[in-house]
Design a protein around this ligand. Structure first.
Ligand code: KIV
Length: 282
C-alpha cells in the first residue's frame, strides 16, 4: 500500500498463505527465516527484511545456556513469543512447540499451541513426520497453521544418539520423503529440513508442493533459516559447518563495554551533559 503523504510503499505483512505459495521452482525468491527471542531481536530481524521470524526452542541453547532444547516448556516459549509478538513485525511469527507439548495427546497439543498463538505466534512449528499426523490434523482443525520439521530434529537428540546428519541411507531418505509428503498432505504450510544431505533435500523440495526451509540441508531448498546468535557471532564456541557468521557482535559489545568501564574508572563518565542538576535558584 502506498502512503499518500510520503509516497513510500509499505511492505506487506507476511502471512501463512504467502509463505505457503513460495516455491523456487515457480520462480519465487527464497524464503528467509531467522530466529529471534525478544523484542530488540525481532525489530532487528524485521528491519533487515526477513520473511519469517521463528521463536525457536533453540532459545534454550542460544540464550538460556542449556545444552539442549529439551529444557524449555510452553510457559518459557510463550514468554519469548510474547516478546517477539510485541515488536509487531512485518515478518510472519512462528512459535516453536517445545518438547512434550505435543507428544502426549492431540488435545494437549492444541491447548499448548493455543498458548503460543495467544502470546503472539501466527503459526506453530513441531518436529517429526508421520507419527505427528494426528496432532497436525487436530491443529489444522483448530485453525492453527503448522510448519513441519524433519531430518535432524534436536528434540530427538537422545533417540538419534547425538546431533548427526540424517537421511544418509536410501531407506532413511525414502522415509524422510514419505514423512514430508504426509506432512504436506495433512496441511502443513512449510517444512524445515535440518541436517540432511543436499541431494535428499533437493528431491524433497522437488516432490512436495509446499516450501522447504533448510538449515544444514544445502542450497536446493525453497528457503533458509539460521539462528540469530550464530549469524551475528553472539555465541561461545565454534559454530556448526552450516553456519555463516556475518558479524562478530560479541567483539563489538566487549569493546563498547570495556570503553565504558575505562571511562568510569578514569572519571570521564558521566560528563556534565550526562548529569541532572538542580535548577539555578537552589
Ligand atoms: O529452534 C530452532 O531454532 C529451530 C531451527 C534450527 C529451525 O528449530
Amino acid at each position: 500500500m502506498t502512503d499518500p503523504v510520503t509516497s513510500t510503499t509499505a511492505a506487506k505483512k507476511v502471512t501463512v498463505p504467502m509463505v505457503r505459495a513460495r516455491k523456487r521452482s515457480r520462480g519465487d525468491q527464497p524464503i528467509v527465516m531467522l530466529t529471534a527471542y525478544d523484542t530488540p531481536g525481532a525489530h532487528i530481524a524485521d528491519a533487515a527484511g526477513v520473511d519469517v521470524i521463528l521463536v525457536g526452542d533453540s532459545v534454550a541453547n542460544a540464550v538460556l545456556g542449556h545444552a539442549d532444547t529439551l529444557q524449555v516448556d510452553v510457559a518459557a516459549m510463550a514468554h519469548h513469543v510474547g516478546a517477539v509478538g510485541r515488536a509487531s513485525p512485518r515478518a510472519l511469527v512462528v512459535g516453536d512447540m517445545p518438547w512434550l507439548s505435543y507428544h502426549v495427546s492431540a488435545e494437549d497439543a492444541v491447548r499448548n499451541a493455543a498458548v503460543l498463538i495467544r502470546a503472539g505466534a501466527e503459526a506453530v512449528k513441531l518436529e517429526g513426520g508421520r507419527r505427528r499426523l494426528a496432532v497436525v490434523e487436530a491443529l489444522m482443525a483448530a485453525e492453527i497453521p503448522v510448519m513441519g520439521h524433519l531430518g535432524l530434529t534436536p528434540q530427538s537428540v537422545h533417540a538419534m544418539g547425538g546431533y548427526r546428519v540424517q537421511a544418509k541411507s536410501t531407506p532413511a531418505a525414502e522415509a524422510l520423503m514419505n514423512d514430508a509428503k504426509a506432512l504436506a498432505a495433512a496441511g502443513c504450510f512449510a517444512i524445515v529440513l535440518e541436517g540432511v544431505p543436499d541431494v535428499v533435500a533437493g528431491r524433497v523440495t522437488d516432490e512436495v508442493g509446499i516450501p522447504t526451509i533448510g538449515i544444514g540441508a544445502g542450497a536446493a531448498c525453497d528457503g533458509q533459516v539460521l539462528v540469530f546468535h550464530d549469524l551475528l557471532g553472539l555465541r561461545q564456541g565454534a559454530p556448526a559447518k552450516f553456519v555463516r557468521q556475518y558479524a562478530d557482535l560479541t567483539a563489538v559489545a566487549v569493546t563498547a563495554i570495556a570503553s565504558w568501564a575505562a571511562d568510569v574508572r578514569g572519571g570521564s563518565f558521566p560528563s556534565e551533559a550526562e548529569t541532572y542538576h538542580l535548577p539555578p535558584e537552589h
